[in-house]
Write a protein that binds this ligand. Structure first.
Ligand code: FRU
Length: 499
């Protein structure tokens, strides 16, 4: 039995999707089936397929009462839409089914755990605030039934000082002993953020365990969308802080991303933080979530947008919002590394390779162009005695448009600039990132998919993501060197469009 609200969404999305040609979407990044998409939810491997749900408002290309959209894939690159999984249709979630996650139950069903939102009573200032609780639903990979006992975690499960208006985004997993854990974002009495840890024997009855980690007003305020997992002998806590202040080139203003690496005290159930870094240094990245693949890879996906750059949205667009390329995570030298999933290699064709191209000034290279491409550029000084001043590559380029990556070796700063990438809004279009000093030596890989670019520096040591709004016919590449540069270029076409 599905509710009228969900049935209506399913009918609407099926019709609306047909009006969007495949060429108007990214080819191998998941985009909203129709209307609005934000955070990835329920990223999981279930019954032989990868499942990816997402924050979804099917009726318009703007945020609205949250449903969960749903898609499945064998390789995380070719996606097939399934009917919307859940809608705001019960007493526990009537104003929104916010972000959450998925886990398989021992009986073979899939459990979705999400935040139920209900507008609370009017406050003295006349405002109504949303009260947030955690809810669950169980299903078979297509249809899900909300648990009649919802909500399963409420304000009564908060530690002292915890806030019921900011209590969201459960990330659930199953421990080796068969019991369940989840982490949830919350706002403590100091007004910033904290991550709470809960446990359950069956996935339905939950108990508060500990405050896993505290922000203490260091990295923004509220911490949204936590994820917590072991990786390469360490523990990793990912979260997306709101209201950040900039810190050097590491963190920027507004909604950001944070990766904390450290240990886990199993006695006290507390994360022991050792280091911190941004997850992505580009313009459009938020709300990352991971899964463990059947072959043991920790794979992360993020929303390739950010609340602070949303002015770029146009209500005329039939869809808005896409995910990043899924990325394999590892820790090297105490840092989080991310590389595009290896499945991407199967999409490659049309290899073009240039070695030791020595140049100064402007350059184009025969065969290096396209809007769905995988391009790796390796830079060296063309003259070891005199370091070049600047290198730049323009892509998505024609007479009107281009998106640029530039590198200043002296300062070791890499910059992405999408000012000329089709946006008609005065929002952030540039971001700079400090890369390790290499005296003019730098390698970076660029993945383009019609409306986005993702850059992986030095084999994944840093990643930068940005969406672009340029006409897909603008597909040129142009290279610039101020001073002598020696460069290698490896280019492949990437395709996953339906045959
Ligand atoms: C993060 C977020 C989550 C929330 C969801 C609502 O982008 O604000 O905290 O669950 O979006 O759509």
């Amino acid at each position: 039995m599905i509710s009228n609200i969900l049935r209506e969404a399913r009918i609407h999305e099926e019709l609306a999707e047909q009006l969007i040609p495949a060429s108007a979407r990214p080819a191998f990044h998941l985009s909203s089936r129709t209307g609005w998409m934000n955070d990835p939810n329920g990223f999981s491997f279930y019954q032989g397929k990868y499942h990816l749900f997402y924050q979804y408002y099917p009726y318009e290309s703007k945020w609205g009462p949250m449903h969960w959209g749903h898609a499945v894939s064998k390789d995380l690159l070719h996606w097939q839409y399934l009917p919307a999984a859940i809608a705001p249709d019960t007493l526990a979630d009537r104003d929104g089914c916010f972000s959450g996650s998925a886990v398989e139950l021992p009986d073979g069903r899939q459990l979705l755990m999400y935040t139920g939102v209900v507008a609370g009573p009017r406050q003295p200032d006349g405002q109504r605030k949303d009260v947030q609780t955690q809810c669950v639903a169980v299903g078979d990979g297509v249809d899900y039934a909300k648990y009649p006992g919802n909500p399963v975690l409420t304000e009564f499960d908060l530690p002292e000082g915890g806030n019921r208006f900011d209590f969201r985004d459960p990330k659930v997993w199953r421990e080796a002993d068969g019991t369940y854990r989840c982490v949830v974002g919350n706002r403590p009495a100091d007004g910033s953020g904290q991550i709470l840890l809960y446990s359950s024997q069956d996935g339905f009855h939950w108990k508060f365990e500990s405050v896993l980690a505290e922000n203490r007003n260091r990295f923004g305020l509220m911490w949204e969308c936590p994820d917590f997992f072991p990786l390469d002998g360490k523990y990793v806590l990912l979260t997306s802080p709101q209201d950040m202040l900039p810190s050097g080139f590491e963190y920027h203003n507004g909604n950001g991303t944070l990766c904390l690496i450290g240990g886990f005290d199993r006695e006290k159930q507390v994360f022991m933080e050792e280091s911190n870094q941004a997850i992505d240094y580009g313009i459009d990245f938020y709300a990352a979530q991971t899964l463990l693949s059947p072959d043991g890879r920790r794979i992360m996906i993020g929303w390739m947008q950010n609340w602070d750059t949303l002015a770029i949205a146009s209500l005329k667009a039939p869809w808005f919002g896409q995910m990043t390329i899924p990325r394999e995570l590892s820790i090297r030298g105490g840092r989080l590394y991310q590389r595009p999933i290896r499945e991407l290699d199967a999409l490659r064709s049309g290899h073009v390779s240039y070695r030791d191209v020595d140049f100064e000034g402007e350059l184009t290279l025969e065969g290096v162009k396209g809007r769905k491409v995988d391009v790796t550029i390796t830079l060296r000084p063309g003259d070891e005695a005199q370091l070049y001043r600047k290198f730049a590559v323009w892509f998505g380029q024609d007479g009107t448009y281009h998106t640029a990556i530039s590198f200043r070796p002296q300062e070791s700063i890499l910059k992405i600039d999408r000012k000329f990438s089709g946006s008609r809004r005065a929002i952030i279009h540039q971001r700079r990132c400090q890369v390790p000093q290499g005296n003019g030596h730098l390698t970076f890989r660029m993945i383009l998919d019609r409306f986005s670019v993702e850059i992986f520096v030095n084999d994944g040591e840093q990643a930068l993501s940005a969406t672009m709004y340029t006409d897909p016919a603008a597909d040129g590449f142009k290279f610039f060197a101020y001073g002598k540069v020696s460069m290698d270029v490896e280019k492949y076409d990437l395709d996953a469009d339906p045959e």
